[in-house]
Design a protein around this ligand. Structure first.
Ligand code: FEO
Length: 170
């Protein structure tokens, strides 16, 4: 059982996960438009991963007998400037998500709600991985600057990612 306060906070996080999915779908569309098909595919998998995150929270709220409250999802931007800026915005978004998850973990601890705390630790660990991958991709893009061949190589590498579970470029 979880408190109403915790259920409310988890519903807010659920909405943020859906927003994350929406944002990555928009980034995928932007990359497709720019013919970065590898990055488009990478962000499409990221979109699926965020949907899986949302589903994990959704299932937990149901399991705890609390009420799922689906709210309107904010509209994401659709122009991201460049491949580098797209990944930089992705990293900045993930850093915001990390802060939210840390705050949520603190709430769970304050309530001595260890079940929710455990659920959140899975997300906190996931954030470490997500941020590390984004840092790596950003470093590579910075390395090649605007060199077309270099960007093509990176795009080809991004195309190798096959799973919605992040963990590597591929
Ligand atoms: Fe669900 Fe990328 O955080």
């Amino acid at each position: 059982m979880i408190t109403k306060k915790m259920a409310k906070a988890l519903n807010v996080q659920l909405n943020h996960e859906f927003y994350s999915a929406y944002l990555y779908l928009s980034m995928s569309a932007y990359c497709s438009k720019k013919d970065f098909n590898g990055a488009a595919s990478w962000f499409l998998l990221q979109y699926q991963e965020e949907l899986a995150h949302a589903t994990r929270i959704y299932n937990y709220i149901i399991e705890q007998g609390a009420i799922v409250s689906l709210e309107q999802v904010n509209k994401p931007e659709k122009k991201f400037g460049s491949l580098l800026e797209t990944y930089q915005k992705s990293l900045s978004h993930e850093q915001t998500m990390t802060c939210m998850l840390n705050d949520l973990s603190n709430k769970a601890l304050n309530e001595k709600d260890h079940a929710t705390y455990n659920l959140l630790q899975w997300f906190v660990n996931e954030q470490v991985e997500e941020e590390a991958i984004l840092h790596e991709i950003i470093s590579k893009i910075k390395l090649v600057k605007n060199d077309g061949y270099g960007l093509l190589m990176i795009d080809n590498e991004l195309a190798k990612r096959t799973s919605a579970k992040s963990g590597a470029l591929a």
